[in-house]
Design a binder for this molecule. Structure first.
Ligand code: NAD
Length: 261
């Protein structure tokens, strides 16, 4: 396959970092985005061909900067084949106790950050009649669990939005892939926001025992290359998607009792 030009948000750690390292092994050209320049430089240095990697600082809270950021990203290599929206922030807190400020931040980063960035880029892809938008959603984009109300809502919203866009743009040549990870061993729980908006700061057992990000990245890259519309990647927690779909009442009762952290 020809070299591709891939823009990854949330590339400074976890899933975004693992995707960058794995795509780099294939000789693809990469644009790595997040807020922390130093961490992005570290990821770049771990890539097989650092000379094929560019860094572009991006704050997903700052949607007003996106038109300029998209122009800047596009001009780095002359086009972009794939945007992977991996940047995101999780939640650890009861819905009733979570401040509106915290909820807005989660929605802004996870939902509006991905939507506004993708739309600006799609406008550049359409004249070329090719391009692919990838969203890293979550299994909780398919069902809700305790302590994740706003996070789950932000990921569900991605499905509604991008399923609609996929239908609207069916003839444009733009592909949409939504990937739902289960528990992946990253810092996502450490960086998750508590009810007051502070970082949780500790690793959850579920993440600690989760799938290694490198294994996840290889499965995700395979799904992206096949232009899959929606995929679930994780351990036995993936079963939840099918239980919710086929035995919703049983699943609802199960989730009431489940100790999810
Ligand atoms: N790890 C898991 O178990 C898991 C499960 C389901 C979904 N996810 C999703 O996977 C994606 C990647 O998470 P991860 O597991 O690699 O966690 P992580 O915390 O290691 O990575 C999150 C990335 O998003 C970036 N980010 C956060 N807020 C940002 C902002 N305002 N502007 C720019 N960048 C910002 C961070 O800098 C980091 O690069 C997220 O969307 C997350 O919701 C992860």
């Amino acid at each position: 396959m020809d070299q591709q030009i891939i823009w990854i948000t949330g590339a400074s750690s976890g899933i975004g970092e693992a995707l960058a390292i794995n795509y780099s092994k294939k000789g693809d050209k990469l644009i790595l985005s997040a807020r922390n320049q130093q961490k992005l430089e570290e990821v770049k240095s771990k890539c097989a061909y650092p000379e094929n990697v560019r860094i572009l600082n991006l704050d997903l809270n700052n949607t007003e900067s996106f038109p300029y950021k998209v122009d800047e990203a596009w001009n780095l290599f002359g086009k972009i084949d794939i945007l992977i929206n991996s940047g995101g922030v999780s939640q650890r807190g009861l819905g009733l106790n979570t401040s509106l400020k915290t909820e807005l931040e989660i929605m802004n980063v996870n939902f509006w950050g991905s939507v506004v960035l993708s739309k600006a880029l799609i406008n550049k892809m359409i004249p070329l009649k090719s391009g692919q938008i990838v969203c890293i959603s979550s299994l909780v984009g398919k069902f809700g669990t305790k302590f994740r109300s706003t996070y789950s809502a932000s990921k569900h919203a991605l499905h509604g939005y991008f399923d609609s866009l996929r239908a609207e743009l069916f003839e444009s040549g733009i592909k949409f892939t939504i990937i739902c990870p289960g528990f992946i061993r990253t810092d996502v729980s450490i960086n998750a926001l508590t009810e007051s908006g502070n970082k949780q700061g500790t690793m959850d057992d579920a993440q600690d025992n989760g799938m290694p990000p490198d294994v996840f990245a290889k499965k995700a890259i395979s799904a992206i290359s096949k232009h899959k519309e929606e995929v679930y990647i994780g351990g036995k927690e993936v079963l939840g998607v099918y239980l919710k779909r086929w035995v919703p009442l049983f699943f609802s009762k199960f989730m009431r009792k489940a100790k999810v952290v």
